[in-house]
Design a protein around this ligand. Structure first.
Ligand code: AHR
Length: 534
């Protein structure tokens, strides 16, 4: 064995925690799982995705067309659906984003060849105005409601439609609901749906009432939006489907918006709280000045991870304000846009906000999904922005080229949490020293219980040091089963079209061990451990 492969083997062993002595000396960190303190069931919808007519997301990313030489199912990219199924995607949001409030759903139904071509909402951005003409600028509407719902069906996800509140009227909203949900043969719109190949109602349960109504969705105040929201929703037709309405929520820490929206919404009665499923919070932890996705320093690494953890404070604070009015917390938080946002990287012409996510973005995914799990009582749905070729993406595709990203791997590892009972889990762990470490906790994570099976996910943000950790479960014993670890010696590691497997998790069965169980978390890693609880 040469020296390189010896080092490699040692590093792999460390990355799987296999060099950890079994409680032979005091560990540097401690995790305590409290099975008697359940937080709430982890809604599978927390593991949702978002797709917008933006850059290369819809055209090329999802839709390649039925006559394409790229393998497809009815025009939908097969490599995408095959891989997306591995994530068990519960729900997908569409068609925006800001695009939603400029979109007329009627443009995307009926015979494809007769659909109008429209200027895309994003066409006037500096990046796209310099790009050659393409569907990201002039949308051919080949991907409309039927195509989106078929895409969802192919991967087993529920559709979540974001309606246009800024530039269409409530009647258009009612008619989109009718188009999707009215019984076969009942109305002209049901017949139009059938003419597009879908005789039976879809049906669509999740409806977003505008998007970012504080900004691109109309520039409303919270008060003004509450009035619009009531007008759109109060008498909307149901067609026997229990509709879950999602209101446009605040931008990041705009607590005044949350307070004013909920106050105005309920000024006549608390009735609207009964039909409002969730308030949408958006938070992107961008790199400062939209820095490079791949080329960054250790300081940039910690700065971004530290920004990602802000999600926790946002959830807690908005929830507390919602509770001032919605005292029984009927309305949940829906984080329907989140992710790390860097600079566009010119993957292909017109791919606005496209770049190759790295290990750093994988850690952002782990940190964020762990926060959602820890707040399973508050967050009912979340949608990573966006699914393919855009921002915090799980896939990059261009023509016949395709790769999954490190974000994908975290979603696949964390799918094991879906539907489990989130348990209070305390991490006693060193802080990474400011300024360079930004005071970030080196270890953080979440734990869920599925019958007698425990799933523990842990992020080690320390880019240099492994952390030997005692894992305790109060009043019970842990019988280790398996580990999956995503890490690299290079914090910039990422997949590309030429190296689609450059970064992928390593999976390993774990041998029975003593009490407490001691595990060494690799530097710069996302780890999923599975145990039986005895
Ligand atoms: O995801 C990109 C954009 O970010 C969305 O269109 C908008 O809602 C948000 O500002």
């Amino acid at each position: 064995m040469n020296l390189m492969s010896l080092h490699r083997r040692q590093w792999m062993a460390a990355s799987l925690g296999l060099l950890a002595p079994r409680a032979s000396r005091a560990a540097a960190a401690r995790i305590e799982i409290l099975p008697e303190e359940p937080i709430g069931r982890i809604s599978p919808d927390i593991y949702g995705h978002f797709t917008e007519h933006l850059g290369g997301c819809i055209y090329d990313g999802i839709w390649v067309g039925e006559n394409s030489s790229i393998p497809n199912t009815g025009g939908i990219r097969k490599a995408l659906t095959d891989n997306l199924k591995r994530l068990k995607p519960p729900v997908i949001r569409w068609p925006g984003g800001c695009f939603a409030d400029s979109y007329n759903w009627r443009d995307g139904v009926g015979p494809r060849a007769a659909r109008p071509r429209r200027t895309n909402f994003w066409a006037n951005t500096e990046y796209l105005s310099k790009a050659p003409d393409g569907p990201y600028k002039y949308d051919p509407n080949h991907f409309g409601t039927n195509e989106f719902v078929r895409f969802c069906k192919l991967v087993g996800a529920e559709p979540y439609l974001a309606a246009n509140l800024r530039s269409l009227k409530p009647l258009d909203f009612y008619e989109w609901i009718e188009y999707c949900n009215s019984p076969a043969g009942s109305t002209t719109l049901a017949d139009l749906r059938a003419a597009g190949g879908e005789r039976n109602p879809f049906p669509v349960r999740f409806w977003g009432v505008g998007n970012e109504s504080w900004g691109c969705g109309g520039n409303f105040t919270g008060d003004e939006y509450a009035i619009e929201y009531r007008r759109f929703v109060e008498w909307a037709p149901r067609f026997g489907v229990p509709l879950s309405f999602i209101a446009s929520g605040p931008n990041v820490a705009d607590y005044a918006w949350t307070r004013s929206f909920f106050s105005k919404l309920t000024e006549k009665s608390k009735g609207p709280l009964r039909t409002l499923y969730g308030a949408a919070l958006h938070y992107y932890c961008g790199t400062t000045g939209k820095g490079d996705a791949v080329d960054f320093t250790a300081d940039d690494w910690y700065a971004l991870l530290s920004k990602a953890t802000r999600m926790e404070e946002l959830i807690r604070n908005h929830w507390q304000i919602m509770g001032e009015i919605d005292t029984e917390h009927h309305v949940k938080l829906i984080v329907d846009e989140w992710g790390a946002w860097h600079k566009t990287a010119d993957i292909a012409p017109g791919y606005l906000f496209g770049y190759f996510p790295t290990l750093r973005d994988a850690l952002v995914s782990g940190l964020t999904l762990d926060i959602f799990n820890r707040h399973a009582d508050k967050v009912a749905m979340a949608n990573a922005a966006q699914l393919v070729n855009n921002i915090h993406t799980s896939f990059i595709a261009h023509e016949d080229k395709f790769t999954v990203t490190p974000v994908f791997h975290v979603f696949e590892m964390y799918a094991a949490h879906q539907g489990g009972m989130s348990l209070r889990t305390e991490f006693l762990t060193p802080r990474l020293k400011p300024p360079s470490g930004h005071g970030l906790a080196s270890l953080s994570g979440s734990c869920s219980l599925h019958g007698a099976r425990l799933v523990l996910s842990v992020v080690n943000a320390d880019e240099k040091n492994a952390l030997e950790t005692e894992i305790h479960v109060r009043g019970r014993r842990l019988s280790p089963i398996s580990a999956a670890v995503l890490t690299s010696k290079d914090i910039h590691a990422h997949n590309s079209f030429d190296h689609p497997n450059a970064l992928q998790p390593v999976e390993k069965k774990l041998a029975p061990a003593g009490d407490p169980y001691v595990y060494s978390f690799a530097p710069a890693s996302v780890t999923r451990l599975e145990f039986d609880l005895t």
